[in-house]
Design a binder for this molecule. Structure first.
Ligand code: NAD
Length: 277
């Protein structure tokens, strides 16, 4: 089978959530293709135990150009600062809004604060990223493209995914409305919807623990939610294995090329066929 080669020399790519998992691989691939990569994340160090080198250092070690900007995507001022930081590299050509978090919980038991936290990162973060990047591209009169990380959860509901599925459904629609509005300016907006990918996604961050104490009547009881770890097994995936960040990254590069110049508002599944079921 053949493979595609990409050339993003002279282009600047921002990758939110670029320190770990899928975002790290997207950043690494763009860096290897000659782009200057701005890694925007709350953490500079990778959160997965088997990795110790920050993404921007990995890219530089491989001969590329990259920098890290500490960013909480739920704060629109932080997101605007990242876009400003990209100016010194010539502006934003590609904005990848990839940062996301997962919390497991039923509708009945989920505290409002926890729901808000998930939506603040997964939805407000993507909104802020699309808006800041589009404003910058228009101000510079240099339209580029925006790629959001959605999920199979954008269209398929699962028990216990109350917060996450609501947020990823919103990412899909944000992608579409942004594509609709920005098409006239030559800015394309698409989303990649990964399936079940082997990363440390969903591992709890201690300072984001919420009090889930509720009235006994609201505890799921016999309808207890499945353990999230039991929900995604290889046998459910037509291709027969979990995905890897390497499987997911390449479509981001393709969508950012002129070869994808007539594709906008699209949700591209990269899920081993999971959405067919
Ligand atoms: P991950 O946890 O390995 O990486 C997520 C990265 O986002 C981390 O580096 C983390 O520090 C960063 N991050 C978290 N909150 C942030 C914030 N407020 N501001 C900036 N950065 C923040 O997870 P992943 O599996 O690489 O997930 C990346 C994206 O892919 C997410 O949007 C997730 O919803 C989506 N996704 C993942 C899977 C999967 O199975 N892993 C499936 C579908 C979609």
């Amino acid at each position: 089978m053949g493979s595609l080669t990409y050339d993003f020399s002279d282009e600047t790519v921002i990758v939110t959530g670029g320190s770990s998992g899928i975002g790290r691989e997207i950043a690494r691939r763009f860096g290897a293709a000659g782009a200057t990569v701005v890694v925007a994340d709350v953490l500079e160090e990778p959160k997965d135990a088997d990795e110790s080198i920050p993404t921007h250092e990995r890219i530089e070690d491989a001969g590329g150009r990259a920098t890290f900007v500490e960013t909480d995507v739920s704060d629109p001022d932080d997101v605007a600062s990242v876009v400003e930081a990209a100016r010194e590299f010539g502006g934003v050509d590609v904005m990848v809004n990839n940062a996301g978090i997962y919390r497991h919980g039923s509708l009945l038991e989920t505290p409002v604060d926890e729901f808000d936290q998930v939506l603040a990162v997964n939805v407000r973060g993507v909104f802020a990223g699309c808006r800041a990047a589009a404003r910058e591209m228009l101000a510079a009169d240099d339209p580029g493209c925006i790629i959001n990380t959605a999920s199979i959860s954008s269209e398929y509901a699962q028990l216990g995914h109350t917060m996450y599925d609501a947020s990823k459904g919103a990412v899909m629609m944000l992608t579409r409305v942004a594509a609709l509005e920005l098409a006239r300016f030559g800015i394309r907006v698409n989303a990649v919807a990964p399936g079940i990918i082997e990363t440390t996604f969903g591992e709890e961050t201690p300072d984001l623990e919420f009090d889930r104490t509720v009235d006994d009547r609201f505890i799921a009881g016999d309808a207890a939610l499945p353990d999230p770890d039991d929900q995604a097994i290889e046998t459910d995936i037509p291709i027969g294995r979990l995905g890897t960040p390497e499987d997911v990254a390449s479509p981001y590069l393709f969508l950012a090329t002129d070869d994808a110049s007539y594709i906008t508002g699209h949700l591209l599944y990269v899920d081993g066929g999971y959405q067919i079921l």
